[in-house]
Design a protein. Structure first.
Length: 175
């Protein structure tokens, strides 16, 4: 079987929980991204580019989680020269996903521990000298970020399932 032959390769379907978890990731990121984008139109800050960039990047990364449960995340597109149609190596995909997921967990744990034990002084840190000072955000802001606490664990779970299915597919492809 050639590496570009996609018609005869059977792939293990992701379990329903993994599909639901993958779709939950963008939904966890969406409230904070929309909140930041809403500030672009209401705030007079000079950090508009930063809010747009952060919202776009976070949603883009969250949407990439869907590739862990769909076929388009398992094979290179046919239009890519030389590697089109070939299976995407699972090891780097899983590695990047796990590093990202565990990084998100570490950031959330740090945030929660810092909030409780005050490792770092809780003051406003703006971007640029002309950034206006804002009060420390309360629940009216944190409610948009609370769903993001699930982002890391969801990515870790979906990546682990992707690794399991990739290993199963690899065993099925061997003669």
């Amino acid at each position: 079987m050639s590496p570009t032959d996609t018609a005869h390769v059977s792939t293990a379907a992701p379990p329903p929980w993994a599909v639901w978890a993958a779709y939950a990731v963008p939904l966890c990121v969406l409230p904070s991204a929309l909140w930041r984008l809403s500030l672009v139109f209401t705030d007079d800050a000079v950090t508009h580019w930063y809010m747009i960039f952060l919202s776009t990047v976070s949603m883009g990364l969250a949407l990439l989680t869907l590739g862990l449960v769909h076929r388009w995340g398992q094979r290179f597109p046919h239009w890519v020269p030389r590697i089109g149609g070939r299976r995407i190596p699972a090891r780097p995909v899983v590695g990047v996903a796990l590093i990202g997921g565990w990084s998100l967990v570490a950031i959330c744990v740090y945030f929660l521990l810092n909030h409780r034990f005050h490792f770092v002084q809780n003051i406003w840190v703006g971007i640029g000298d002309d950034e206006p000072v804002h009060p420390t955000p309360g629940w009216e802001v944190l409610r948009y970020y609370a769903p993001m606490l699930a982002w890391g664990p969801l990515v870790i779970a979906v990546a682990a399932d992707y690794r399991r299915r990739a290993a199963m597919n690899h065993r099925m492809e061997k003669p």
